[in-house]
Ligand binder design. Structure first.
Ligand SMILES: [Zn+2]
Ligand SMILES: [Zn+2]
Length: 323
């Protein structure tokens, strides 16, 4: 399912089967999650390579190996995340911050991704998938889970955590945070009863509309919704020294707000991409908890429907496409 022009629907195309070169693998896809970043690519909020096959929460099996590909065997189950390649030379790559690489390749953005029957990926950036998950339930772990986990780390060690936007990422992060012994407060769109119900069912202590004041001051808030107006809202909900973490790749503009809302050492930061270390650490924890992802499975040909439903906020948990 290929994007030719942002703002237009994806089109089904047939391409010759690629032959993997160098360190690349050819992967037969079992499932690929639909992430909000895919929506930003398709809607033209962020601009990458065109034409492009979106999708960066890929679970599949190795169908062919390039001559220098290592670490995976033919037929082995494998995950392909957003971080497709890094330069290995820039100051960030050399200081354990490969998520900030100056010359990165991103799956489904600068290299074709997983809204397809097959994908080619660099073996060095692929992840083994724990047996605890089937393909469809594993797929959302590869971005929603992984970036969510990185965001939770950025939120610090506080016990009272607010999650703004209770979609694919938050429903996974809530399970991790609760498993770590924290208390989670879920903020949804006004009137999103289904989202609030899912949050409570997963063990969140409180769920309500994003404009509501939570029953206690938060140590940190993580914003998953692409809504800049939530930044000052979340700042007002965190305690002195509290943190607001913006987890998305794109957000509408942040409106002006009084300095007093930031005063007393409150902070705002963003989270960008992932490192391979994040991937390994998160998948290990996810299998131990174990995280239960809520997925709606659609056939690959329904990718446009999946994107429409995500855009409209009509998804509980995550949507996954299966070829
Ligand atoms: Zn680099
Ligand atoms: Zn993503």
């Amino acid at each position: 399912m290929q994007l030719d022009t942002p703002g237009r629907a994806l089109g089904m195309v047939e391409r010759p089967m690629p032959i993997p070169e160098g360190r690349d693998l050819l992967i037969e896809i079992g499932a690929c999650g639909v992430c909000r970043t895919d929506l930003h690519v398709v809607d033209g909020d962020i601009h990458g390579h065109l034409p492009i096959v979106p999708g960066h929460e890929i679970v599949g099996r190795v169908a062919a190996l390039g001559p220098e590909a290592k670490g995976f065997a033919l037929g082995g189950r494998i995950g392909v995340p957003w971080l497709g390649q890094t330069c290995g030379r820039c100051r960030y790559c050399r200081s354990d911050q490969e998520n900030l690489c100056d010359d990165p390749v991103f799956t489904g953005f600068s290299r074709d991704g997983g809204f397809a029957s097959h994908v080619v990926a660099d073996a060095r950036f692929c992840l083994p998938i724990p047996d605890a998950f089937d393909d469809a339930h594993a797929a959302p772990l590869l971005c929603a889970g992984l970036i969510g986990y990185r965001s939770l780390g950025m939120a610090g060690d506080g016990t009272e955590i607010g999650l703004y936007g209770f979609g694919a990422a938050a429903h996974i992060v809530a399970q991790v945070a609760i498993w770590q012994g924290r208390t989670v407060y879920a903020f949804t769109r006004e009137g999103d009863e289904a989202g609030q119900k899912l949050a409570r069912a997963l063990g969140c202590a409180w769920a309500g509309a994003s404009g509501k004041t939570p029953p206690t001051e938060l140590d940190a808030a993580i914003i998953f919704a692409p809504v800049g107006a939530l930044v000052p809202t979340a700042l007002r909900a965190v305690r002195k020294g509290g943190r607001v973490v913006c987890a998305g790749i794109h957000m509408s503009d942040i409106p002006g707000f009084p300095y007093v809302d930031l005063w007393e050492e409150r902070s705002i930061r963003s989270v960008a991409n992932l490192t391979r270390e994040d991937g390994a650490a998160f998948l290990d924890i996810a299998a131990r908890i174990p995280v239960r992802t809520h997925v709606t499975v659609l056939p690959l040909g329904d990718a446009n429907t999946a994107l429409d439903r995500l855009r409209a906020g009509e998804v509980d948990g995550a949507i996954v496409l299966c070829p």
